[in-house]
Design a protein around this ligand. Structure first.
Ligand SMILES: [Zn+2]
Length: 147
């Protein structure tokens, strides 16, 4: 395993739209392992692949309810109970602000073997899922932050 460099908001890659993962290969697993190590070391809640310069629609979330979850090709099926919370991002060090996000989301996603899952995330886990899915579309929390 290797620790990867987390890119910052001034890197143009962070604004790119990530591609759908269609090959669940050992190479993909290696990227995920490295993302785990990177997220652990950075002491974050979640990390999208684009943040380490990999333009695939995948993220790792350290969920309070489920532990570490790898979310690949996620689709939001249900989003409810929006609320404001204070958010930050490993790509935007030193910045935090209030963002309105759903506190209940049901996602359809794939795991590292391509197996499909449906799971409901609550509270800050739901917030984190939405934050990471935004990354896959080149959106940062500062775009949505209350001014
Ligand atoms: Zn982020």
């Amino acid at each position: 395993m290797a620790r990867l460099t987390i890119i910052r908001q001034d890197n143009p890659l962070i604004r790119k739209t990530s591609k759908v993962v269609d090959e669940f290969s050992p190479h993909l697993h290696e990227i995920l392992e490295n993302m785990h190590e990177t997220l652990l070391h950075a002491n974050g809640m979640g990390l999208a692949a684009v943040q380490v310069g990999v333009l695939y629609r995948m993220a790792i979330i350290f969920s309070e309810e489920y532990g570490p979850v790898e979310i690949i090709n996620p689709i939001i099926k249900v989003a409810k109970n929006p609320r404001f919370d204070t958010e930050g991002c490993l790509s935007c060090p030193g910045i935090s602000g209030r963002v309105r996000r759903p506190h209940l989301v049901t996602l359809e996603y794939q795991d590292r073997n391509g197996q499909k899952h449906n799971r409901t995330f609550h509270g800050m886990d739901a917030v984190c899922c939405c934050h990471e899915i935004d990354h896959m579309n080149g959106i940062l929390f500062i775009d949505k932050m209350e001014k």
